[in-house]
Ligand binder design. Structure first.
Ligand SMILES: [Zn+2]
Length: 454
């Protein structure tokens, strides 16, 4: 299959479908998928049995929402059970015969045993197509060279991503970061790529290191696109700005590895809270649930909840009502770019959630509010708790750095900030004001919550 470079979109029929037509397609694929899952996997069949349901009963998304969720922890247990009893980690959850499985990849697995994604050639083709869709939207075409500067041992950021780039017809240089910063910069100088895929923090590091290794500032390396992956940050305006200025490149945030959930931001990211367009709705059904009560949350403008996904038209190891532990915010109103469909932002992990007077609050959402008040605020803050969450004894205490304002200006700012928190997050925090640099900067992933026992 060769992508025709003259086409504006590879599959415009799917990507521009009106909402109702897309939902009809999803329901049709869902009904076929649940029957397939039920027929072939004892784990999936058990989910139906738990609520006395049969695939024939699934006539709407509401019917489907009765099927119990699968968690990552449960997935891990089924994998171990499968290995113990059948000598294969995928015998219980896998739906295709072994001779059709061509790839097993996994989540990065920061804690515990990695959970597996199992793919047939058909599923690999879906993943390839989703990667190609994302880069095509951003403007990548055959003739472009992309340097892949992610940890290739992250499984999904490695071979699956390379294959997707090749599927589009662009050229990939999968250099990875194991060889160090100098190796990446040497390969940039040698292969003259148009685009780079890297974490935002590695990107910022490359900007600092480029003059030392190449004798030139990063914006003279010729990169026209920076694609953020692998960590949060690409959704924040300031982070995108630093990368855009540093490389003289267009910056996109994107997500999606070896599975069916994929998204990429557009040229209007600054106007839409850095959200990404959900580009794989024809292959992945998204639901939101309350992280604690596990009750459904309607997909409405601004809704927040734990993401639950179900693969549609997947043959290897299809995920069904799978709760990955990620918190998502979604937007349903039209994007200024004109592309249809839902937009989303990954807010963090469910473990980070706090509850203040019955209202669920996520540290990333607080960061979003704080960021809106730059440059009067530095953007650096901490949530101070007396004891570990999620339950917070009100008021919620925030330690926030301002930029050195006079008392009158600070009072005005505090008033506006209080109002913004009340309107957008329905909380009324109290502030402890700090000066720039009072909060130590961390090199690794920043922990926004600090627990200090009184
Ligand atoms: Zn858009």
């Amino acid at each position: 299959m060769k992508r025709d470079p003259s086409q504006a979109l590879w599959n415009p029929a799917v990507e521009t479908l009106p909402r109702e037509a897309l939902q009809a397609l999803q329901l049709d694929r869902l009904r076929r998928q649940v029957r397939y899952n039920w027929e072939r996997s004892p784990v999936h069949r058990r989910k139906f049995d738990e609520v006395g349901a049969h695939p024939n009963d699934i006539r709407s998304l509401a019917d489907f929402a009765r099927i119990p969720l699968m968690t990552k922890e449960e997935h891990r247990q089924r994998q171990e059970e499968s290995l113990r009893e059948h000598g294969s980690p995928i015998a219980l959850m896998g739906c295709a015969p072994a001779e059709e499985i061509v790839r097993i990849s996994a989540t990065s697995g920061t804690t515990g045993v990695p959970t597996l994604y199992t793919l047939t050639a058909h599923d690999v083709a879906i993943v390839n197509e989703m990667h190609a869709r994302k880069y095509w939207r951003a403007g990548i075409r055959p003739g472009h060279t992309m340097i892949q500067a992610l940890s290739l041992s992250m499984f999904t950021g490695g071979l699956p991503l390379s294959q997707g780039i090749m599927h589009l017809g662009a050229c990939v240089v999968p250099v990875g970061i194991a060889g160090g910063t100098k190796r990446v910069l040497d390969m940039v100088a040698l292969t003259r790529p148009h685009a780079i895929v890297a974490t935002p923090s590695f990107g910022q590091y490359l900007i600092e290191e480029a003059p030392k290794h190449t004798g030139r500032p990063a914006h003279e390396l010729g990169l026209r696109y920076f694609f953020c992956a692998g960590e949060g940050g690409g959704g924040e305006r300031d982070v995108r700005q630093v990368l855009a200025d540093g490389f003289g490149a267009k910056v996109y945030d994107h997500t999606g590895g070896g599975h069916a959930f994929h998204g990429i931001s557009c040229d209007h990211a600054d106007e839409v809270d850095g959200a990404m367009h959900f580009v794989s709705e024809d292959h992945c059904l998204l639901e939101l649930v309350d992280p604690k009560k596990r009750t459904p949350i309607p997909l409405e403008e601004g809704a927040m909840g734990e993401m639950v996904f179900t693969f549609l038209d997947w043959r290897g190891g299809p995920f069904m009502r799978y709760a990955l532990g990620d918190l998502l915010q979604v937007w349903t109103k039209p994007c200024p770019c004109g592309k249809p469909g839902i937009r989303f932002k990954i807010l963090g992990r469910t473990d980070d959630m706090l509850t203040v007077k019955g209202v669920n609050v996520y540290p990333q959402a607080i960061a979003g509010v704080i960021t809106r008040f730059r440059p009067r605020l530095t953007g650096v803050f901490r949530i101070r708790l007396d004891r570990p969450g999620p339950l917070v004894q009100p008021p919620l205490r925030l330690r926030v750095e301002h930029s050195g304002l006079e008392p009158a200006a600070l009072a005005t700012l505090e008033h506006q900030l209080t109002q913004e928190f009340r309107e957008s997050l329905r909380i009324r925090p109290v502030f402890e004001w700090l000066l720039p640099g009072d909060i130590p900067r961390e090199a690794g992933k920043t922990r926004l919550v600090e627990v200090v026992q009184p």
